[in-house]
Design a binder for this molecule. Structure first.
Ligand code: UT7
Length: 325
C-alpha cells in the first residue's frame, strides 16, 4: 500500500499587540522616518501587523500554534515523532528552536530540527516532512513556521520596516493511505543572496556586520512573480493536475500585488486566493500556515479541497506544495 502524508490539524498564533499602519507611522515619525497608511496599503495591501512583547521568543509563538494544531488533529505532544520549525529568527544561534519547542511541549526523543529557507521555510519543511513520512522515517510530524521579524527590522528604513510582522502557524502531518500531499517542488539560487538578507553574524563575542534586514524590494518583486509561476506550473504537472483543479491558492503573504500577479498568470480568480497579509503583514516562514489556519477556521477551506501552497524568499528560495486537505 502506498504511504502518503496528510494534514490532520492546523493552528496559529499572533502576539496580542496589533500595530496598525497609523500606529507604526506615528512611531516612525518620532525618529524622523516618514510613511503613511495610504502608501503602505496601496503598495502592499498591509493594514496592520502584530509585534511580540519583549522577552517573547520564536519558540513561545511556535508553542501556542503547535498546541492548537495538535488539538485540531486530536493528538497530544507524545503522539509526535518529528518536529521541524521553519524560522529565520530562532531563539538562539543554537540549539534549534525545534528542540526548545520539543521541551516546552513536554516531550523528548523524537528528531527535532530547524529549517532555514526564510519565507519559503514552510513549503520546504512540509516537503521534507512529506518525504520522511513517505519513506517510513516518521508517522506524525509537527511542522511549524514561526517568526519574530520585529527583532531584525531596521526602524530607520521605511522601505522594509513597514512590511513585516511576528506570528506562528503549525500543522500536524500524518502518515495516511489517502493522499494528502500530491506533489512538491523546491528550488534555490544563491546568486541572489544580496537582494534579501540579514548580513550580520556572531563572532568572538560580537555581532559582525549589520544584524538588520536588507532588501532590494523591486528585485525581489520581479524575481518572485516569475519563479512562483514556474513552481506552480511544475508542481501541478508533477501531480498530473491543472490550474482548474485548484480550489484554493495559499501563497506566501508578502504583498497583495505579488499575489494578484501570480493568480492572474495562473488564471486563478482572486476569490480562490487566501489573503491575510492585510492583518498579518509579512510573517516570513509563518505566513502560509497562518493563512491556512485562518482559512480553515473561517470555514472557507474544507477537508478534501485541493490547495496550492507557494513560498518565495531570501536565498533566493522558492517552492510549491500541492495537496488535498
Ligand atoms: O517575503 C519576500 C520578501 N519581500 C517581498 O516580497 C517584497 C517585494 N517587494 C515589494 O513588495 C515592493 O517592492 C515594496 C512594497 C517593497 C516597495 O514597493 P514599490 O512599488 O516597489 O516602491 P518603490 O521601492 O519603487 O518606491 C516608490 C517610492 C520611493 O520614492 P521615490 O523614489 O519614488 O520618491 C520610495 O522612497 O516610495 C517610497 N517609499 C515609501 N514611501 C512611504 C518606500 N517605502 C516607503 C514607505 N512610505 N514605507
Amino acid at each position: 500500500m502506498t504511504r502518503y502524508s496528510r494534514i490532520t490539524g492546523t493552528g496559529s498564533y499572533l502576539p496580542p499587540r496589533r500595530v496598525s499602519n497609523a500606529d507604526l507611522a506615528a512611531e516612525l515619525a518620532t525618529k524622523g522616518v516618514e510613511t503613511s497608511d495610504a502608501w503602505i496599503v496601496e503598495r502592499t495591501g498591509i493594514h496592520a501587523r502584530h509585534f511580540c512583547a519583549p522577552g517573547v521568543n520564536c519558540s513561545d509563538l511556535a508553542l501556542e500554534a503547535s498546541r492548537m494544531a495538535l488539538a485540531a488533529a486530536g493528538r497530544t505532544p507524545s503522539d509526535i515523532d518529528l518536529i521541524i520549525v521553519a524560522t529565520s529568527t530562532p531563539d538562539m544561534v543554537f540549539p534549534a528552536t525545534a528542540c526548545i519547542l520539543q521541551h516546552k511541549l513536554g516531550i523528548a526523543g523524537c528528531p527535532a530540527f530547524d529549517l532555514q529557507a526564510v519565507c519559503s521555510g514552510f513549503v520546504y519543511a512540509l516537503s521534507v516532512a512529506d518525504a520522511m513520512i513517505r519513506s517510513g522515517g516518521a508517522r506524525r510530524a509537527l511542522i511549524v513556521g514561526s517568526e519574530v521579524f520585529s527583532r531584525i527590522l531596521d526602524f530607520n528604513d521605511r522601505t522594509t520596516c513597514v512590511l513585516f510582522g511576528d506570528g506562528a502557524g503549525a500543522v500536524v502531518l500524518e502518515a495516511s493511505d489517502q493522499p494528502g500531499v500530491l506533489a512538491t517542488e523546491l528550488h534555490a539560487d544563491g546568486s541572489h543572496v544580496g537582494i534579501l538578507c540579514v548580513p550580520g553574524s556572531v563572532s568572538g563575542g560580537q555581532v559582525l556586520g549589520d544584524p538588520l534586514l536588507k532588501m532590494d524590494g523591486q528585485a525581489v518583486f520581479k524575481l518572485a512573480v516569475g519563479v512562483l509561476d514556474k513552481a506552480a506550473r511544475a508542481v501541478l504537472a508533477k501531480a498530473g493536475k491543472t490550474e482548474a483543479d485548484i480550489d484554493w491558492l495559499i501563497p506566501h503573504q508578502a504583498n497583495v500585488r505579488i499575489m494578484q500577479s501570480t493568480a492572474r498568470k495562473l488564471k486563478v480568480s482572486m476569490d480562490k486566493v487566501v489573503v491575510t497579509v492585510g492583518e498579518h503583514g509579512n510573517t516570513s516562514a509563518a505566513s502560509i500556515p497562518l493563512a491556512l489556519d485562518a482559512a480553515v477556521r473561517s470555514g472557507r477551506v474544507e477537508r478534501g479541497d485541493t490547495l496550492l501552497l507557494e513560498g518565495v524568499g531570501g536565498g533566493f528560495t522558492w517552492g510549491a506544495v500541492l495537496l488535498n486537505l
